[in-house]
Write a protein that binds this ligand. Structure first.
Ligand code: MN
Length: 433
C-alpha cells in the first residue's frame, strides 16, 4: 500500500490529480508536454506510438515511466498514451483507468477519463482504458509500425523489433504490427532541455548543494556515514525535493574507492577521505554532485596531491565543453591530465585508477538516456563532469562532480556555488564544526 500511496504523493504539486478541484494543476507543465508531443510527432510520423506508464519501483517508491511522463506531464499508474500522426481521429489520446471510489478511500483520488482532465492536461482526448483496444483497431494500420516504450533489456539496440512482457498485450491487439522502440526518438528530444527544464534542474542542484553544506557538521572521526546521509536527505526533503534521485553514496576510507557504495554504515576515522555523491530530485528532475572531504577537516599531503590532480582533470575536461564537441575529447582531456601527473606506490602513472567515464547527461533521469553516444553537445544540454582517482591499496578515493549547462559559447557550471578547491573545502569544514 505504501507504494500506491506514493504514486499520488511523489509529484504532488506539479502534475497530479488534476480532476480534483483543490489540487493545483501545472499548466506550464501541460504546455511543455504538449510542445514535446508536437516535436515528437514530427520525428515519429511513420507509425503510431503507444507509451505505457509502466509502474516501476525505485527505492521502494512508485516512479512514473520517464518517457511517458515527458510526453504527458501525467504520472497516473497504468495510463497509456496513444499518438496517431496524420489520422482524422484525434492525434493524441490518453487512456486512464476508470475511477474506483472504494479504492480511492485507500489510495486517494485519481484522474478520471473525460473532458475535464483533457482540458487540464492540454490533451485532445482522455478516454477510459477499456476503450484502448478499439481505438487501436481503428487508428493503427494492422501491419504498420508501432513505437512503444519497451522495457530495458541488455541486448536491445535502437530499432530492434521486440515484444517482451508486459507488452504481450500489445502483441495481442496488433499481432502483425512491427513493434519498435520509441526510446531513441524520445532520447533525442530529451537531450536538449527547455528553459523550463533547466530551471527545474537548477533547483535540484541548489537543493543538492544545500545537502552537501549541511553534511559537513556530521563529518568527523567517530561519526557514521549514515549520519551524513541523514543530514543530506533531511535537507532534500525539507527543501521540497521529492526524494534522492539515486541512492546516496557516503563512502569513507576503503569505501571511498567503491564507485556505487551505498551501505553508508561505516564509522569514519581521522585520516579518512569521504566521498559524497548525492542528488536531489526536484519536480522530476535530477542533480548529481560529488565532493570529497577529509574526515578530520584537513587533507594529508598525499591526499591533497591527488585531490589537486582530480581537480586539474576536471578543469581540463570543462575547458573542452562547448557546442559541437562529443564526450570523447572531454574524457581524453581528463584522462591525460590524470595519467600525466602523480604516481602510485609502484611508481606507475595514475590513469589506471580512473575507471569510469567523465560524464553523462542529466535530466528526468540521473543518467539521462542518449539517442546516440556520439551526438555532439548542443546549447541546452546538461551534463556532469566527474573525474576521479581510486587507489585501493592506499584507501584513497577522490571524485569531484559538477553539473554543467552547455551554452552557446561554452558552458555554465550550475553547481558553481559549491566550493571545489582543497583550501576552500578545508575552510568550509572549519567553519562548520
Ligand atoms: Mn554522475
Amino acid at each position: 500500500m505504501r507504494s500506491k500511496l506514493f504514486s499520488h504523493l511523489c509529484l504532488a504539486g506539479t502534475v497530479l490529480l488534476v480532476s480534483q478541484p483543490g489540487f493545483p494543476s501545472d499548466s506550464q507543465l501541460s504546455r511543455e508536454a504538449r510542445a514535446r508531443r508536437m516535436a515528437y510527432l514530427e520525428r515519429a510520423s511513420e507509425g503510431v506510438t503507444l507509451l505505457f506508464n509502466r509502474s516501476h519501483h525505485d527505492l521502494n517508491e512508485y516512479v512514473p515511466d520517464k518517457n511517458f511522463y515527458y510526453l504527458t506531464g501525467c504520472d497516473e499508474p497504468g495510463a497509456v498514451l496513444l499518438l496517431t500522426p496524420g489520422s482524422d481521429a484525434p492525434r493524441e489520446t490518453l487512456f486512464l483507468a476508470k475511477r474506483d471510489p472504494r479504492q480511492e478511500r485507500w489510495t486517494g483520488p485519481r484522474m478520471a477519463p473525460g473532458r475535464e482532465t483533457a482540458r487540464r492536461l492540454g490533451m485532445q482526448q482522455v478516454l477510459s482504458l477499456d476503450e484502448l483496444p478499439a481505438a487501436l483497431g481503428q487508428r493503427a494500420p494492422p501491419k504498420g509500425k508501432v513505437y512503444a516504450n519497451l522495457p530495458p533489456g541488455p541486448h536491445r539496440k535502437a530499432g530492434d523489433e521486440c515484444c517482451l512482457e508486459p507488452w504481450v498485450r500489445l502483441r495481442q491487439w496488433l499481432p502483425e504490427a512491427r513493434i519498435l522502440d520509441a526510446g531513441p526518438e524520445l532520447a533525442f528530444l530529451r537531450m536538449k532541455k527547455s528553459e523550463w527544464e533547466i530551471e527545474k534542474i537548477r533547483r535540484a542542484v541548489e537543493i543538492t548543494m544545500a545537502g552537501h553544506r549541511h553534511a559537513l557538521p556530521a563529518i568527523g572521526p567517530g561519526r557514521f556515514e549514515y549520519e551524513v546521509e541523514a543530514a543530506i536527505e533531511y535537507q532534500f526533503r525539507s527543501r521540497g525535493a521529492t526524494r534522492p534521485a539515486f541512492p546516496s553514496i557516503v563512502g569513507s576510507g576503503p569505501n571511498a574507492v567503491i564507485l556505487h557504495y551505498a551501505g553508508n554504515n561505516r564509522r569514519m576515522s581521522s585520516g579518512d577521505l569521504v566521498v559524497i555523491d548525492v542528488g536531489a530530485e526536484f519536480e522530476g528532475y535530477s542533480a548529481d554532485l560529488t565532493r570529497t572531504y577529509p574526515v578530520s577537516g584537513r587533507f594529508t599531503r598525499r591526499q591533497k596531491e591527488i585531490y589537486n590532480i582530480v581537480l586539474s582533470a576536471q578543469e581540463a575536461a570543462l575547458k573542452q565543453v562547448r557546442p559541437g564537441v562529443t564526450f570523447e575529447p572531454i574524457h581524453r582531456a581528463a584522462l591525460q591530465t590524470i595519467d600525466s601527473r602523480g604516481r602510485d606506490r609502484q611508481g606507475r602513472s595514475l590513469g589506471r585508477y580512473f575507471i569510469h567515464g567523465t560524464g553523462h547527461h542529466l535530466g528526468l533521469e540521473v543518467h539521462d538516456p542518449v539517442s546516440d553516444r556520439g551526438r555532439p553537445l548542443e546549447p541546452g544540454m546538461v551534463i556532469t563532469i566527474e573525474p576521479g582517482i581510486y587507489i585501493p591499496e592506499e584507501n584513497l578515493g577522490i571524485r569531484i562532480e559538477d553539473d554543467v549547462l552547455v551554452t552557446r559559447d561554452g558552458y555554465r557550471i550550475l553547481s558553481r556555488g559549491l566550493p571545489r578547491k582543497a583550501k576552500e573545502i578545508e575552510r568550509m569544514m572549519g567553519e562548520n564544526r
